[in-house]
Design a protein around this ligand. Structure first.
Ligand code: ZN
Length: 177
């Protein structure tokens, strides 16, 4: 399967809020398979649409990489309804390769989203899973995890970010499904 191009830091598409998903295109299931293949290839646990250049509000996860009892899931038009508690943990991102930083997030969240059958789901997540979902919803709102660290820490990684942005700045065209 042909892998998708991962849009990295510096691409304007990662800084824009994505569009709400209306009717899904016919080839959506096939496109999801390509997204999963791309995510696994890079050892990711989650991947948002705009990380592969698609201006739509959805992301994929495979929680089985963290918890064997869970699996693949698509979150369409997700919104966080409630947030609770605090948790600090190191994060990375396929769009910011080679950089890991501690990020403060809520411990527990309640999310409303549509699944692949377009059923509206309301569900609570906590700990690591809540973190992944917050990270991906941030993507859909044009926010990267490095936007949430202190200016001092950010200054330490600025030269690495500039190197990543050399590629990112060329990724200006959206990818259409
Ligand atoms: Zn990310």
């Amino acid at each position: 399967m042909e892998l998708l191009d991962i849009y990295v830091y510096g691409s304007p598409l990662l800084k824009r809020k994505t569009r709400k998903v209306g009717q899904l295109p016919d080839n959506f299931p096939q496109f999801l398979e390509r997204m999963y293949a791309t995510m696994y290839d890079d050892n990711g646990i989650g991947l948002s649409a705009n990380q592969v250049g698609v201006d739509l509000r959805f992301f994929i996860v495979d929680f089985s990489l963290h918890d064997k009892n869970m699996g693949k899931e698509v979150f369409i038009n997700p919104e966080i309804l409630q947030r609770e508690g605090v948790d600090v943990l190191e994060e990375g991102c396929l769009s910011v390769p080679g950089i890991r930083e501690k990020v403060t997030r809520e411990w527990k969240i309640k999310v409303r989203y549509e699944n692949i059958q377009r059923e509206v789901i309301e569900k609570e997540f906590e700990g690591y899973l809540a973190r992944v979902i917050q990270h991906e919803i941030d993507h859909l709102n044009g926010i990267l995890f490095i936007d949430k660290i202190s200016p001092l820490k950010r200054s330490f990684i600025e030269s690495n970010l500039k190197k990543i942005a050399v590629k990112g700045k060329t990724q200006t065209e959206p990818f259409s499904i």
